[in-house]
Design a protein around this ligand. Structure first.
Ligand code: ZN
Length: 490
């Protein structure tokens, strides 16, 4: 696949919650799930039991889930709460308090769709199934609802780390229903790997890749360590990683981020990839960089994709996975491709309609150009004291557990809290412009100049110091925690 197509795929960062909350019925305050799967992983049966009043409606966390619901019934028999013909919502308004309902989802039908990892996907005997396929929840729920889950799985089958967990109990918060997460079911191995400030639960799906599980785990934890060189620690305390082998020739052709009670990241890994190539690949670093911001509403894709695209180059240089010169060249090449792409409209419009127009290069690289310009501006204004890293640290601190999509305005406000709103000023100027963000002044400060032979770095000392500052690894990283199969939670 060409890089443009990959960028297109990378956009699929997930978000559920496309449905409208109903006005009627009790608000659900506490409920439990038991999920059962058959041996062939074709069918999921969920029993949902409510404490106190049962809600009037249960809906899929994403509209697409409606397609796979096969039946729903109450505790007294299948006629008590029949599934409406239009197949959209389980009506439970006749249920007495403290009752349960059961629903069945056709996982096989979901896996036969062409949704790939973002829906359901078989990889050998294992199954990846996004919660958008199988998780249904009360439409009206208290923001602090107490929700737990258990899985009853066939002998030898396990579920990949998905939500907060203590032994066989899982704990869900509002983010589990607002965003989709990527789950896998099968007989795979899960490794619990410590990286600076975080635990990664790495699920090794499908057949073993040529490099073997140890090298694969090391490559991914190396990418995660690179991603720690923005905030001094991995952007979130815990994440579930699905390593998904693919026959494609690239070392890592695609990745996708799920948000939820715990972020989940699925990363395609070439079956024949060498550690040398996978260890240096940009896709894992790009995906992990997304975790430094909450999910930002899709019409502002330039913002989340721009930050991840800028940092995929910067962080690999900081971690020594590529040279600083290569990072500058990759950025410059990307800006050139971004300039050549697009439909000639403002970045704001282009970003909003990107999924229809496929103007991915323009949006991703214009966003990266804004990130670079803002990083340089913050560094110059603060006399080298602060950087874009600090703006992202602020967003992470204020809003790391944000439980709904953050709007572009909210994100700009938070990113603009340092150096007099440098980031938001640069961004607002670029957003209304139909051309590519102007980088002449930024390039001058960095001593960068394009000539027919490529990128020239010049010999200005101040410019060189600024370039080195950006690509320099932090002096220290957070300690690595103790990591195990579940996070301590009562
Ligand atoms: Zn991305």
């Amino acid at each position: 696949m060409k890089r443009g197509a990959l960028l297109a795929l990378l956009l699929l960062t997930s978000c559920g919650g496309a449905t409208v909350a109903p006005e009627r019925g009790p608000v659900a305050r506490a409920w439990t799930y038991v999920f059962r799967l058959d041996g062939a992983l074709t069918r999921l049966e969920a029993t949902v039991c409510f404490e106190g009043d049962a809600p009037a409606e249960l809906g899929p966390i994403d509209r697409s889930g409606r397609r796979y619901l096969r039946s729903a019934d109450g505790p007294l028999g299948p006629d008590e709460a029949p599934l409406p013909r239009e197949g959209s919502v389980v009506l439970t308004e006749h249920l007495p308090p403290n009752s349960c309902i059961r629903y069945v989802v056709d996982l096989d039908a979901a896996a036969r769709q062409r949704g790939g990892i973002s829906g359901a996907y078989r990889i050998g005997d294992d199954l990846i199934a996004s919660t958008s396929v199988w998780l249904w929840a009360p439409r009206r729920r208290a923001p602090d609802a107490r929700v737990t889950a258990r899985f009853e799985l066939p002998e030898g089958v396990v579920v990949s780390p998905l939500w907060a967990r203590n032994a066989d109990r899982w704990f869900l918060d509002e983010r589990a229903f607002e965003f989709e997460a990527y789950a896998a079911f099968g007989t795979f191995e899960v490794r619990h790997v410590a990286v600076p400030g975080a635990c990664l639960h790495i699920t090794l799906l499908g057949r073993p890749v040529a490099m073997g599980p140890d090298a694969l785990t090391q490559c991914l934890s190396g990418s995660a360590t690179a991603a720690s060189m923005m905030l001094g620690r991995f952007p979130v305390r815990e994440a579930g990683i699905l390593a998904v082998p693919t026959p494609l020739s690239q070392s890592s052709p695609f990745g996708i981020v799920g948000r939820g009670t715990m972020p989940t990241v699925a990363i395609l890994v070439g079956e024949q990839a060498t550690p040398e190539h996978l260890g240096r690949a940009w896709v894992p670093v790009h995906e992990f960089s997304h975790l430094a911001t909450p999910f930002i509403a899709r019409d502002h894709a330039w913002l989340s994709e721009g930050i991840a695209t800028y940092y995929q180059e910067v962080l690999r240089a900081r971690a020594g996975l590529q040279s600083a010169e290569d990072a500058w060249r990759n950025l410059d090449d990307g800006f050139e491709r971004g300039r050549a792409g697009g439909t000639g409209r403002s970045l704001a419009d282009e970003s909003r309609d990107m999924r229809e127009t496929a103007a991915y290069r323009r949006v991703y690289w214009a966003g990266a150009a804004i990130a670079l310009a803002a990083d340089v501006e913050i560094r110059v204004r603060s006399g080298g004291e602060r950087s874009l890293d600090d703006a992202l640290a602020h967003v992470n601190e204020c809003c790391g557990s944000w439980d709904r999509p953050m709007t572009g305005e909210e994100a700009l406000e938070h990113l603009g809290t340092i150096e007099g709103g440098a980031f938001s000023q640069i961004a607002r100027r670029a957003l209304g412009d139909s051309g590519f963000p102007r980088l002449e002044a930024t390039y001058r400060r960095l001593g960068l100049e394009r000539d027919p032979y490529g990128l020239d770095f010049g010999d200005d000392e101040e410019a060189r110091a600024l370039r080195e500052q950006i690509m320099r690894a932090p002096e220290s990283l957070a300690d690595v925690p103790e990591c195990g199969p579940w996070n301590a939670r009562e």
